[in-house]
Write a protein that binds this ligand. Structure first.
Ligand SMILES: NC(=O)c1ccc[n+]([C@@H]2O[C@H](COP(=O)([O-])OP(=O)(O)OC[C@H]3O[C@@H](n4cnc5c(N)ncnc54)[C@H](O)[C@@H]3O)[C@@H](O)[C@H]2O)c1
Length: 411
């Protein structure tokens, strides 16, 4: 019996995490020895392989089912369940064939599971838990509360409610840094993703990355501060994929200067991208979403909307990001009763090219003393939040500013 866990964090008996291959070997070794130890690993498995042509196959099958080693949506694959068709012949005395026949009978009469037998090689049975059986057992237990919490809202388990299959998304500033991480996260969750960036070449690279992972994507060059560019990208997405469900307005710039030296040019440039551009995107995407009665807008604000980051000086940036939060709150309340949720994410200091300038690099050590988490955020720290806000699991959330800053805004 080989069990394949999905988790990469299973630990050996000394508490060291095991690489996947070692982990499988470890479990195989345990299953040959004291099977109680296998249960003690405490992990559920996505896939369990059993060879029907083995003496202990029935025991292995019962062991997996009785000890809940199979994940809720996991499968058991049993090889050799047809034994060259001999399992169907009468008057067979071959021990192996009888054992396989016995195993098939056990599986067939087990109400907990349903199965298909594929006529490939020696026969492959693919077995999963039967929902109908679970339903019947649960219905018969009068004392249980059979509500959405029990069954899952719309009969969906919580992780399925985060899926974005069939959804169309775009990410501005998607060519690098946080936007690139958002694009990957949305795509991994099932959405088609348009990558929009001022620099088309960067967007193309990220779109190519997504394609390599089997995610439908397209790349577009656009300056979000220009209304004609914003309209062009939305028209192109609708022409290609029919609509837009998820708008990730993430492009932003930061030009550091002391307030007394901040030029009007810097002020305008910062506001044009960070606030005007974000407004243009919200409005253009919002019009499509309001028409269809559904949409998720996720704006990238900043921890600078909550505190005044220091010692660097960034008046225009801070003010523009405070504007992003107020814009998000206003749209979030104005549009929610028409099915469009608007929220924003406020990252703390994230390790991206934005903070790798010659002026900012020397400040990293200083910043670290201000961050309870003791480290800068990585772009991957933000990915789950964007998927949550893009999914129906967050439908009751609107106008929210979700800070992900390692506790920095609390100190
Ligand atoms: N890095 C941080 O520490 C941090 C912290 C809080 C908030 N943020 C915000 O997160 C967002 C992304 O930041 P990042 O760190 O990934 O930045 P980044 O500079 O690494 O990437 C920004 C991307 O946006 C693109 N872009 C710039 N101006 C544009 C425009 N006018 N139109 C379209 N695309 C444009 C750039 O080409 C670049 O690819 C920004 O809004 C930023 O303010 C960043």
């Amino acid at each position: 019996m080989t069990l394949r866990a999905n988790a990469s964090f299973i630990r050996d008996r000394q508490g060291h995490s095991l690489p996947r291959q070692e982990m499988i070997t470890e479990i195989q070794a345990q299953s040959r020895g004291d099977t109680k130890e296998l249960v003690a690993v405490g992990e559920h498995f996505d896939i369990v392989f059993i060879d029907a042509d083995q003496r202990n196959a029935v025991n292995d099958y019962n062991f997996v089912m009785d000890n809940h080693l199979l994940r809720m949506d996991g499968v058991i694959c049993v090889e050799n369940t047809l034994m060259k068709g001999q399992v169907y012949l009468e008057n067979i005395s071959d021990e192996n064939v009888l054992a396989v026949r016995n195993l098939n009978n056990v599986i067939n009469s087990d109400p907990r599971v349903e199965q298909v037998i594929l006529p490939v090689q020696g026969g492959m049975s693919v077995i999963r838990r039967s929902r109908a059986h679970a339903d019947r057992v649960i219905e018969s237990k009068k004392e249980l509360v059979k509500d959405d919490v029990f069954w899952g809202y719309n009969r969906c388990h919580i992780l399925d409610r985060l899926r974005l299959d069939g959804k169309v998304a775009y990410v501005t500033g998607g060519g690098q840094g946080i936007g690139r991480a958002f694009a990957h996260a949305l795509g991994e969750a099932g959405a088609k993703v348009a990558i929009v960036d001022l620099v088309l070449a960067k967007a193309e690279v990220v779109a190519e990355e997504l394609s390599l992972k089997g995610i439908k994507s397209m790349a577009m060059g656009a300056d979000v501060s220009k209304p004609e560019d914003v309209q062009r990208i939305l028209d192109a997405i609708v022409a290609r994929w029919g609509t837009v469900h998820i708008a990730c307005n993430n492009a932003g710039i930061n030009m550091n200067s002391a307030s007394e030296d901040t030029s009007l040019e810097e002020w305008d440039k910062t506001f044009n991208v960070n606030l005007r551009g974000l407004f243009l995107c919200c409005q253009a995407a919002g019009r499509i979403m309001l028409k269809q009665g559904y949409g998720k807008i996720i704006n990238t604000a900043s921890m600078a909307s909550l505190i005044v980051p220091h010692p660097q000086k960034q008046l225009a940036y801070n003010a523009s990001k405070a504007g992003v939060v107020k814009l998000t709150q206003t749209l979030g309340t104005e549009w929610i009763d028409r099915g469009v949720r608007v929220n924003c994410i406020s990252p703390g200091i994230v390790d991206t090219p934005l903070i790798h300038s010659e002026e900012l690099k020397p400040l990293v050590q200083r910043w670290l003393t201000d961050i309870p988490a003791g480290k800068l955020a990585q772009v991957t720290d933000l990915q789950a939040a964007v998927v949550y806000l893009a999914s129906e699991a967050s439908d009751y959330m609107t106008g929210h500013n979700l800070a992900i800053e390692g506790g920095q805004s609390l100190w």
